[in-house]
Ligand binder design. Structure first.
Ligand code: PRP
Length: 194
């Protein structure tokens, strides 16, 4: 396989408009984030870090990130759902599955695939922050630029993106495209028509 074949998939699914981040660009950025996080937590002598992945979207990013950390870490998951339909923002977030690991006294990093309205992260921040972690930081692979986004600090951001519907690398459209190895923009007519 040559470089060109790797960088640009030859045939995109019909609903995909364009590739935003290739598999290689993703891999390189994940390595940078893992290096930054490892250095930060080694510097404060944190011991073990607790990574909390937000299901479903963050499962692939978390798996890649965790395997590149050089600081000791444990992994847990939480499942949330927002009530928004087809990208609309309702502001309501529902807890579907809670953590299995205790948070008190731990150095916690919330790991998201994407921050859109920011409501999910704001909800988690309040919930996990209330359980008295030793420290709490947030990491998202993608951060959308949207009007009225909740203002939660995000210490680690992979890429900033425009307000378009993105799929791949854990992100879905109606549960499709989560396992694409690249991140792509969906054609607007697909999600506007539903
Ligand atoms: C997506 C994504 C984030 C959240 C971000 O999850 O994975 O968790 O939305 O949106 P917000 O910033 O507007 O709150 P979704 O509810 O689609 O569930 P999923 O991860 O299972 O696809």
């Amino acid at each position: 396989m040559n470089d060109q074949q790797v960088a640009v998939p030859e045939k995109l699914p019909a609903e995909i408009l364009r590739v935003l981040f290739s598999e290689e660009a993703i891999s390189s950025r994940v390595s940078e984030l893992a290096g930054q996080i490892s250095a930060d937590y080694e510097a404060i002598g944190a011991g073990s870090v607790l990574l909390i992945g937000v299901l479903k979207g963050a499962f692939i990013f978390l798996a890649d990130l965790a395997r590149r950390l050089t600081v000791p870490h444990r992994v847990d998951f939480i499942a949330l759902s927002s009530y928004g339909q087809m990208g609309a923002v309702s502001g309501a977030v529902r807890l579907l599955m809670d953590l299995r690991e205790p948070v008190a006294g731990r150095h916690v990093i919330i790991v998201e695939d994407i921050v859109d309205s920011g409501q999910t992260l704001a909800y988690l921040d309040r919930m996990i922050g209330g359980r008295e972690p030793a420290s709490l930081r947030r990491c998202t692979f993608l951060r959308k630029h949207t009007d009225g986004q909740a203002t939660v600090p995000i210490e680690y951001v992979g890429f900033d993106i425009p307000d378009v519907w993105v799929v791949g690398y854990g992100l879905d459209y109606a549960e499709r495209y989560r396992t694409l190895p690249y991140i792509a923009e969906l054609r607007p007519d697909v999600y506007r028509e539903g």
